[in-house]
Ligand binder design. Structure first.
Ligand SMILES: Nc1ncnc2c1ncn2[C@@H]1O[C@H](COP(=O)(O)OP(=O)(O)OP(=O)(O)O)[C@@H](O)[C@H]1O
Ligand SMILES: [Mg+2]
Length: 341
């Protein structure tokens, strides 16, 4: 790695090398017993390269380290070790340069002034980025139109819906024409309508403004719909990276069939895990689709009645659960249980 804090315009949008973050917290031991120092390793050596114009999504369960990673790239948090480069600038040494390049929308953070109108908010942030007044005004209207808030430009933000606030936060993050957009769970808390609208805006934005996007999400549909590439974080490490299709293949995610059986002797079926509902003598068993013919034959030979077969496509959801250490059975239980009622 070069000694300089800038390595040229042609560098990757984001480059992380051996990035670690350990939070140190003081835990109270109880009255009069003082505190104990505890280390929480949130990132344990992350290497990642994001190309310019790429749309990359981070997936990971709660506490995997997604927000920590976003904050480090956004220069809001210092890494404990490793290097972070944004468009050729080293984030730790020249954070000011990095901040000019990035627009950040974090989850659950109040970045808007609720007493001000949408337009006033954008003009205020334009001022903070030292945009000339005229330019700020032009950019603000352009963004209000982009996020569909032109008609609400003169309405105070406290009267906005959640979806409108999210869209204004996005506009706010773009006021200084950043080339890298960092989004933490952009559609969390939005209804399906609001989610679809925001996706549309993100797609347009990306096409029109040639943005690089780094997004964290829990929404599997979003993870399949928007990004070029996914990175799965688990306990502070990258466990898989690639297109949604590649991730599914890597995880060995497969189409599954859920059989509903009734009759005597149901719990014994090739040693497969069978859920029994003793009240009505029915059982559910989940099998990989390629095994379906043998299982059906065997079930019939045992005198079981096949009441229903439901095939589930291999999904990113399934792949994600496999890669992050939870067997699919755990997750199927609630939905199948519900069906029985
Ligand atoms: N300010 C902090 N002080 C101490 N520990 C923290 C702090 N922020 C995060 N952590 C811990 O670091 C780990 C990673 O947290 P992080 O918020 O990055 O995860 P995440 O993937 O964004 O999770 P979520 O999906 O819940 O948003 C967790 O164990 C969390 O408890
Ligand atoms: Mg988070």
């Amino acid at each position: 790695m070069p000694e300089r804090a800038f390595v040229g315009d042609r560098a990757a949008a984001v480059l992380l090398q051996g990035v670690r973050k350990t939070y140190v917290v003081r835990e109270r031991l109880g009255l009069l017993r003082g505190t104990k120092r505890r280390e929480i390793p949130a990132l344990r050596g992350v290497d990642l390269r994001i190309e310019r114009g790429e749309f990359l999504a981070l997936l990971g369960r709660n506490g995997a380290g997604k927000t920590t990673l976003l904050k480090i790239v956004a220069t809001l948090l210092l890494p404990s070790a490793g290097e972070v480069w944004v468009e050729g600038y080293e984030a730790v040494r020249v954070p000011k340069e990095v901040r000019k390049k990035i627009g950040v929308v974090l989850a659950g953070e109040r970045t808007l002034y609720w007493k001000l109108t949408g337009l006033e908010n954008l003009l205020l942030f334009g001022g903070l980025y030292n945009l000339p007044r005229k330019e700020a005004r032009r950019r603000a209207w352009e963004l209000l139109s982009l996020v569909g808030l032109q008609e609400f430009a003169h309405v105070s933000v406290e009267k906005y819906s959640t979806g409108m606030r999210k869209r204004l936060s996005l506009a706010r993050a773009l006021i200084h024409r950043p080339s890298l957009l960092i989004l933490d769970e952009p559609t969390a808390g939005l209804d399906p309508q609001g989610t679809a609208e925001l996706w549309e805006i993100l797609r347009d934005l990306r096409a029109e403004q040639r943005l690089t996007v780094l997004m964290a999400t829990h929404n599997m549909l979003e993870a399949e719909a928007l990004p070029d590439r996914l990175v799965i974080l688990e306990e502070g490490r990258i466990v898989a990276a690639g297109t949604p299709q590649a991730i599914k293949e890597h995880a060995g995610a497969q189409a599954l069939a859920v059989l509903r059986l009734s009759g005597r002797g149901t719990p014994e079926l090739f040693g497969l895990k069978v859920r029994v509902f003793p009240e009505d003598k029915r059982s559910l068993v989940t099998v990989p689709v390629p095994l379906l013919p043998q299982i059906l034959a065997k079930a019939q030979a045992q005198g079981l009645r096949i009441e229903n077969v439901q095939v589930k496509e291999s999904s990113l959801w399934d792949a994600f659960l496999r890669l992050t250490g939870r067997p699919f059975d755990d997750l199927e239980a609630p939905s199948l249980g519900g069906e029985e009622e």
